[in-house]
Design a protein around this ligand. Structure first.
Ligand code: 13P
Length: 257
């Protein structure tokens, strides 16, 4: 744990919740955790619920994030959403390079990098996801894969910008499977990510970057994960869809602060 890094709990709702369902969920989150300041809390609804959810978050400490963005500012990109559009809805974070986007939508490291650069330019904080598949882990390629995704994703990001970036380590085999990485497995990769950041940006900057764990994080396994030196929070899928489990995760992060 580091005094330089406040824990961050981010909910990735993925393709779940209508606008009305999202409002109901964040009303409960804001009522219970809207005023606490010990943990940074972010919710990332689908695009169609950003505006309505954002209205509920107004005046609370809970921040709004999107699940994707297009690198161009405007133009003929049917179906896409720009950084400026998200900022106009007061989004402050954006999830980039999620493994579901990498695998189902063939997003490459260089395209993800363009999004990272555009987001930072537009004052949107990227949550850059990296992580290996089961096959890659079994082949002993975990660190190589994570290094490639991290370095390619951060290409051109300056020393003055890196503290605005959040990294999420999400082993693909742990996402939505109920199989959580052991604390040792997770801490090893988190420490490796921080060592790479230290090499590129220096120790002071690297110590400020939050590295989240994602992949079947639940109230039952969170305390142990969050107690690791280099695990600064969680990117939560399934357990973020219900206020009770999400709030328990916020409480768990607050307890290890
Ligand atoms: P689960 O928490 O459902 O495993 O999802 C993790 C994830 O992909 C968050 O981005």
């Amino acid at each position: 744990m580091s005094p330089l890094r406040k824990k961050l709990i981010a909910g990735n709702w993925k393709m779940n919740k209508t606008s009305a369902d999202g409002v109901a969920l964040v009303q409960e989150i804001v009522a219970a955790a809207g005023k606490q300041t010990e943990v940074d809390v972010v919710v990332c609804p689908p695009f169609t619920a950003l505006e309505s959810v954002g209205r509920v978050l107004e005046g609370s400490g809970v921040r709004l994030g999107a699940q994707n963005v297009h690198p161009e500012a405007s133009g003929a990109y049917t179906g896409e959403i720009s950084v400026g559009m998200l900022r106009a809805l007061f989004a402050s974070y954006v999830i980039l390079g999620h493994s579901e986007r990498r695998s189902y939508f063939q997003e490459s490291d260089s395209f993800i990098n363009q999004k990272v650069i555009a987001s930072l330019k537009g004052q949107l904080k990227p949550i850059l996801c990296v992580g290996e598949t089961l096959g890659q882990r079994e082949a002993g390629e975990t660190l190589r894969v994570v290094q490639t995704q991290l370095e390619a994703g951060l290409e051109g990001v300056g020393k003055d910008q890196i503290a605005s970036v959040v990294i999420a380590y999400e082993p693909v085999w742990a996402i939505g499977t109920g199989k959580v990485a052991t604390t040792e497995q997770a801490q090893q990769v988190h420490a490796f990510i921080r060592s790479l950041l230290t090499k590129s940006y220096g120790e002071n900057a690297a110590e400020k970057v939050r590295i989240l764990y994602g992949g079947s994080m639940k109230p039952a396994n969170a305390p142990e994960l969050l107690a690791q030196r280099d695990i600064d929070g969680g990117l939560i899928g399934g357990a973020s869809l219900e206020s009770r489990s999400f709030l328990e995760l916020v409480a768990a992060a607050s307890a290890v602060r």
